[in-house]
Write a protein that binds this ligand. Structure first.
Ligand code: 13P
Length: 252
């Protein structure tokens, strides 16, 4: 049985007061011991606050990016060991907004994954095609390129204790969702690509879907055999929505 993960990506949103009321609302609904990991990935300045509110509860936390370097003259970077000091268990790596807006390459994303794993974090490695790439029939080629960068950097065994997020760029923040069948097809392709290197790692690897996941569509997408939960943007900022999405992954 693969573990399931529902992670919220707050992106560049939040405030001390708003975070507190959102997290307190989540804490009322998410039990301490639960079979589906519930995670919030927050802007780094809020990690101390989030840790104080969530320590010992059933919600894990993480950051949205990590440096590929551990320390040194790298102005503006935040390293994986620093995230560990703030109790992070997860970190997003290679989100399409990092790739497209901040010019992060496949190779840099893979190096960030390695840095996160070496520090003991669970990286959530994001892959996905743009609309133009899908229209040109290049979805699988793009996913292969992104996944292969990771396999080359770290090997299939390095994907143990990691998570992959399939986030078609055209579905992020647009209200358009991949159909359950489209999501499953992409997830199965990613799993097979990794499975060609190591079948056991691929079989155990959680692959979550991201891109306009809402309470209204989560159950249908999460019911697909190769979909192991979700990475949720906008809807993770609304407690009732995020809790309902997490419950959909529980299957009830
Ligand atoms: P939305 O759920 O807002 O489409 O964002 C998806 C995403 O980018 C999660 O990382």
């Amino acid at each position: 049985m693969r573990s399931k993960v529902v992670a919220g990506n707050w992106k560049l949103n939040g405030s001390l007061a708003g975070n507190e009321s959102l997290l307190k609302a989540l804490l009322r609904e998410i039990p301490r011991d639960n079979p589906v990991a519930c995670v919030v990935c927050v802007p780094s300045p809020y990690l101390a606050q989030v840790r104080a509110l969530l320590e010992g509860a059933g919600i894990a936390w993480g950051a949205q990016d990590v440096s590929r370097f551990d320390h040194g003259a790298y102005t503006g970077e935040v390293s994986a060991p620093m995230l560990v000091e703030f109790g992070c268990r997860y970190v997003l790596v290679g989100h399409s907004e990092r790739r497209t807006i901040f010019g992060e390459s496949d190779a840099i994303a893979a190096q960030k994954y390695v840095a996160a794993r070496k520090a003991g974090l669970t990286p959530i490695f994001c892959v996905g095609e743009t609309l133009e790439e899908r229209d040109r029939g290049e979805t699988q080629a793009v996913l292969a390129r992104q996944v292969d960068a990771l396999l080359q950097a770290y090997g299939a065994v390095g994907l143990e204790r990691g998570v992959i997020a399939y986030e078609p760029v055209w579905a992020i923040g647009t209200g358009k969702t991949a159909s359950a069948a489209q999501a499953n097809e992409a997830h199965a392709f990613i799993r097979a690509r990794i499975g060609a290197k190591d079948a056991q790692v691929a079989a155990r690897l959680p692959i979550v879907y991201g891109g306009s996941v809402k309470a209204a569509n989560a159950a249908e997408i999460f019911a697909m055999p190769d979909v192991d939960g979700g990475l949720v943007g906008g809807a993770s900022l609304v407690a009732e929505e995020f809790v309902a999405i997490w419950r959909a992954a529980l299957g009830r």
